[in-house]
Structures are given as C-alpha cells and as structure tokens.
Design a protein around this ligand. Sequence first.
Ligand code: CUA
Length: 339
Amino acid sequence: MIHKLPTLPLVRAVRLAGAALLLGILAGCSTAPSALEPQGPAAAEIAGLSRLLFVMGGAVYLAVMGFLGVALLRRSRRQGAYDEQERRTGNRILTAGVTLTVVILLVVFGFTVSTQVALSLPAKAGDLTIRVIGRQWWWEVQYPTQQITTANEIHIPVGRPVKIELLSEDVIHSFWVPELHGKLDMIPGETNVFWIEADHAGDYWGLCAEFCGMQHAKMQFLVVAVPPEEYDAWVARQQQPARPPADDLAARGQEVFLGGSCIYCHTISGTDATGRLGPDLTHLASRRTLGAGALPNNRGNLGGWVVDSQHIKPGNLMPATAISGDDLQALLAYLEGLH
Ligand code: CUA
C-alpha cells in the first residue's frame, strides 16, 4: 500500500518562505558589496570556484532527484529475492555511482587546490605592506615604511597587489573586503599575511566577518583604490603633521582638545596629543566616515559623536563629553580643519 505524500501544503509553504527570504535578501542587500561581483584578481578566483561548485552541486542534485523520480516510477511491486540479471544490473549501477562520485570529488578537489595556489601571496605584493590592526570596534591602519597611521580607511594604488599584515589588539576579528578577496582572521598575538588588489579605481567596503562583541556590525572600513599618482599624493599629504588651526575659532578648538581628556586616547601629530587607545586624528577630516563606517564624516555627525558617541555606537571606548556649545563649535572647527 502506497501512502500519498501528505506534505504538499508544507512543501508549498517552505517554497513560499524560501522565495520571500531570497527576495528580502536581494532587496536588502542591493547596495552591499558582493563576493559574486569581484573587482580584483583574488576575488575573481574565489567567485569562479564558487560558481563551479554551485553548478556542479546543482547538477548532482538534479541528477539525484532525476534518478529518485525514475526509481519511484519504475518501482517493482514484486516481493521476494532478485534474480541473477537484476543483481548484475544493480552492481553495475552501484559501481557507476561510486566511480562518478569519486571523479566529481577529485575534480572539485583539483579546482580547489588550484584556486588556493592562485590565491597565495604574489611576489610583487611585498612592494607595499600595510598593517591593519583590529580593535573593538575599528581598524587601525599603519603604513610602516611610509610612517603613516590612519583608521578605518585603506588607500591603495589600483592594479597592484598589496600585502596586508593582519593583527588584533583584543579579540578575534576577521578582515573581509568581499569584492577584493576572501576573509582572513585577525588573531591576538599572531600576524596573518594577506593581500588585496583592485582592478579598477573605486571605493570598496570592508567589514569584520567574525563576531567580536556588541558593535561587531558597526565595524566597517573603506578600501580606496586610486591611480598611482593619486596614491602618491595621498601618502605625501598623510605624512604631513596636522595642519595648524586656520583661524581664531579653530585655535580655541585646539585649546579645548589639548586641555581636555581627548589627548589620553587620540594622537594628533605635531601636538601634545599622543594617546593610542582611539583612532589617530591627525588627518581626521580627510576620512569619509566616523566610528568605523557608522556615520558619514560631516560636522553634524562629528558633533553628535563627540558629545555622545555611546548613543550612536553603544559600548565603544569613547565616553560622553560634557562640553559647552561654544567649546563644541570651536572644537569642531579645529577638527574639521585636520585634512
Ligand atoms: Cu570585529 Cu567583528
């Protein structure tokens, strides 16, 4: 006696839920960086392998479902032992199934190994080394040879592999620029070596891909890939000490900064502020975002961040600042001049 499958409504519900989820993901992430739209050679290798695995996995799934369907339709109703002919057919099918499976797994293994070889550090990447240190919840970015320290933005010349040393100051983070390469963990006490390369000039979002505390989701950064001349100009600007205050208001702001508690956590080169707990602010105004991608860097957001960053990014190390309106305006004038 064959029981009719009682699961049709369930199957339909699961299918509907799946479609809704997929649509939701597509709608919600339309502007998110996608590993399936690679913008550099490493990401292209990974995307190619992903596609191959998806196609092969899909083909295997369809084949299995096809055989299952055939088996269900042609099922014998006869009870009792198989005869010699049936046993031989069964053995042939079994042999073919095992052989095909081994061949498919070997092909997948071969492509995986060759992709891994293609992802190893290119010799040319040693020409430029950038050190990225994960912190709860931002990214310290050092250019050791160029003697630059910045935060939450990595500027690279386009079309050149760049070596990235990954470290962590506290917990395990993971460095991921989906359009440029895969992920690599940043582990306290270890230096992991990675590389990125961008085919075209542009901005590429990076993010932390390992849960690292309550603001893990607000731990982003930008990779800014520019033509070599533009990159050299950026390096030259970043190597300069901080600009002196441009006017009286900014000068008053500098006094507020240096006289307050800001200096215990932040560095502004060329001043007495040499704190290392928070981001280096020497060229703060040149950066696009505040709070590691939490907000666009503009005067209003900067003011809000200074007064109460806990409201924007709860749990970050920066305490709320009790500051008068006049002092805040002066401080903002100073900080906004730090190009
Ligand atoms: Cu850092 Cu998640």
